[in-house]
Write a new protein. Structure first.
Length: 403
């Protein structure tokens, strides 16, 4: 059955919104859960950091399964695992069991039902001229989910307690199953002029290409920033003696403004130089964080910083996906982008875990802010030599279709 591109993108955007919104809400549970259960901030942060790390390790594997059997089945299985992981978090009384569900189970769940698999499916299903916009919409949908779901999770904690809020979130995760139905992408058959390339050949080619590693380490920095702020910005706000609502509002504003940032990046990725766009995004992050480090921390400055950071938040995704597709083709895009995404999640582990360790040992996040600023400068520089086009014989790619 043929589905329109509009239906396809709508369902993908809503699915990405739920997936991102739910996982970005976990930082709100740090304070109430550690207070009620007597856990340390670094213990909670380690569980979330393990989730991020396992997400990165399992992403190429989930991507390869999606490349072979289509994204729909993988996303549906991930949604069920999402619900199981959140339910287990709600019922955990000890930090070890919480780490199992929040770290291990959720780590695999967010790989299977996460943005890389969704975006790779969209990229295969749509013609090339629509891909930049589609990736921008998918990323914007993730950010809108962050804007919508995080405040609802905060409200749920206020009204039903942290455990009740997690029960509700587990139920919401199951909504991703029907939303994944249109994402029935399948690789196009190989032709004589464009023979089939194996996953091993595609990965071998990518790993020998310098541009792959530039994208990998640049995305490492993106993950470090995203996880540090997602997990610790509410705690940083609390350490500045500001209300909890400011912390939830800050995360929500990042999501709202990244809708604009992601859509803009998606359009620019189709019309402008993707490499230069990434350099500007990372340099902008460094300048913004440096300025925020030295201003007085009030509700206005925190929310203003969050809005500006939102414009740069996941706007790295459309140009990174576009560069992966242009350099390595679309046949094994979920696998190769999943491997680049591993760098993002290793950085995410670093940001989430190191932020907790630094705060526990120094009572301040100042050192972590300085590390993040230096990392932004590194990421801006490392993207300068990235190639924007095929670096060897074209990789076998699928033809765009809408159903």
């Amino acid at each position: 059955m043929t589905r329109s591109a509009t239906l396809l993108m709508t369902c993908a955007v809503l699915c990405a919104a739920l997936a991102m919104g739910l996982r970005q809400s976990f930082g709100l549970f740090l304070a109430p859960m550690t207070t009620d259960l007597g856990w340390s901030a670094s213990g909670f942060a380690l569980a979330i950091a393990l989730q991020v790390l396992l997400n990165g390790v399992s992403q190429p594997l989930c991507g390869q399964v999606a490349d072979r059997i289509g994204g729909r089945k993988v996303i549906m299985g991930g949604a069920a695992l999402y619900a199981l992981g959140i339910l287990g978090m709600a019922l955990s009384e000890g930090l070890g069991l919480f780490t199992f569900f929040a770290g291990l189970v959720m780590g695999v769940a967010v790989s299977a039902a996460g943005m890389p698999v969704i975006i790779a499916s969209l990229t295969r299903l749509l013609p090339e001229e629509q891909r930049g916009r589609a990736v921008g919409l998918g990323t914007a949908g993730s950010s809108f989910g962050q804007f919508l779901v995080v405040p609802m999770a905060g409200l749920g904690i206020s009204l039903a307690g942290w455990q009740g809020a997690l029960f509700l979130m587990a139920g919401a995760a199951l909504l991703m199953i029907p939303l994944a139905l249109p994402l029935n992408d399948q690789p196009a058959p190989a032709t004589a002029a464009q023979p089939e390339q194996s996953a091993k050949e595609a990965l071998s080619f990518a790993l020998r290409t310098p541009s792959f590693w530039f994208l990998f380490f640049g995305f490492y920095v993106c993950g470090l920033h995203v996880s540090f702020l997602s997990v610790h910005l509410p705690g940083f706000v609390a350490s500045c003696h500001l209300p909890v609502s400011v912390g939830a509002g800050a995360i929500a504003l990042i999501g709202l403004f990244n809708v604009v940032g992601s859509l803009t990046a998606g359009e620019l990725s189709s019309r402008w130089k993707r490499r230069e766009l990434l350099v500007l995004i990372y340099a902008g992050r460094g300048v913004l964080m440096a300025g925020f480090l030295f201003v007085e921390k009030t509700a206005a400055t925190v929310l203003g910083f969050s809005a500006l950071m939102g414009l740069l938040w996941l706007s790295t995704v459309p140009p990174t996906v576009a560069l992966c597709a242009r350099n390595f083709g679309t046949r094994w895009l979920a696998t190769i982008f999943g491997l680049v995404f591993l760098g993002h999640q290793v950085g995410g582990f670093t940001g989430a875990w190191l932020g907790g360790v630094i705060f526990d040992r120094t009572g301040s996040y100042d050192l972590m802010w300085s590390i993040s600023i230096a990392a932004a400068a590194f990421a801006a520089l490392v993207h300068i030599p990235v190639r924007d086009g095929m670096t060897a014989a074209p990789v076998a790619a699928t033809t765009g279709r809408t159903g």
